[in-house]
Design a protein around this ligand. Sequence first.
Ligand SMILES: [Zn+2]
Length: 170
Amino acid sequence: MEKLGKIIDEANRQKIAGKKIKVFKPIIDNRFSENSLVDRNGQKIAAINIENIEEIKSYDADVYLIDEFQFLKGDIKAIQDLESKGKKFYIAGLNLTTEKKPFGKMGDILCCADNVQMMTSICEICKGENAIYSYCKIQKTGDVLVGGDDIYIPVCSNCYNRLLNGEIKL
Ligand SMILES: [Zn+2]
């Protein structure tokens, strides 16, 4: 299952459990819908657009769910402060940029997480190996270029290197 589907499922599970939930997504990500998260199966849930991690402090909830965490600015201390008050977090994001660098604050949040699930899709080039990297099909500047399947493709380590050195052309 894709990670967004997991966030939406968890949000629904927590709601059934009677928890007060809030769902957040970076303001930069309006690929599918302005104020909601929509997974590829059309499942939908209301989401609050934020730019900075600290903005979640203005919202009261038992459980905070955040998608596309890699695009958020700010300090994860805001999350640790809320966690120390008994709040729960479910966070999804892309751990690496296409240059294989830790993406945004993903490294910070991974170190604090008590449960990490790595999700990979199958490499789009060889259709065999797990895709642990994403390869950007177009030239870009900086880490942030929002796009979907048109710009990024999931690739395995071997195919990533072959794309990079020109052995494979797209
Ligand atoms: Zn491959």
